[in-house]
Design a protein around this ligand. Structure first.
Ligand SMILES: [Mn+2]
Length: 177
């Protein structure tokens, strides 16, 4: 299985189109969206080509591949315009490791859910891979609004190899489960 993981699009049609070009190049089996799909949020400036409706139209074309997770900026109306379900969390088992996908505003490196080996999230707009004694934390970053000099980023999960890449396709960090 190959997954592409994107987070925090925040309504930028410009970066949604870049995301689509990455999808066409990488040909994943599934696309995991870690939340904050359409609304820019009151803490952010308006993103490049802010157009939530066009972002929804683009995402809806991939409805069969998308697994979406709810972010703190995602409202009830966002589910209404989406042809895919927006859920609270996703749990997968990869190479016998329990991997949980969540937005990150509730569960993150400072509030770790029990019974999880790997926690994958977004929300903070900074990509990283951090390993502790018994857990792994991965932030996919934000495709639209990276912070703290991190790149516009996403995560590729190809079998048990997890790679953070920038939008040029350059590998930033990698971990093998
Ligand atoms: Mn968020």
């Amino acid at each position: 299985m190959k997954y592409l993981v994107f987070s925090d699009i925040h309504g930028s049609f410009y970066y949604a189109k870049i995301m689509e070009s990455i999808i066409k190049k990488e040909k994943p089996n599934k696309i995991i969206l870690l939340g904050d799909l359409y609304y820019h949020g009151p803490r952010n400036p308006l993103p490049v080509e802010y157009n939530p409706k066009e972002v929804a139209n683009l995402l809806n074309q991939y409805q069969d591949k998308i697994i979406a997770i709810k972010g703190n900026c995602d409202a009830e109306v966002d589910q209404m315009i989406s042809l895919f379900k927006i859920k609270n969390h996703l749990k997968l088992t990869i190479n016998n490791k329990k991997v949980m996908f969540t937005h990150g505003h509730k569960y993150n490196i400072d509030n770790v859910p029990s019974d999880v080996d790997v926690l994958v999230y977004g929300h903070f707009h900074t990509c990283f891979i951090k390993k502790t004694d018994d857990k792994i934390f991965i932030n996919a970053g934000s495709i639209t609004y990276p912070k703290d000099n991190t790149p516009h980023s996403y995560l590729i999960i190809d079998k048990n190899i997890l790679t953070i890449k920038d939008i040029e396709g350059l590998a930033i960090d990698q971990i093998i489960l």
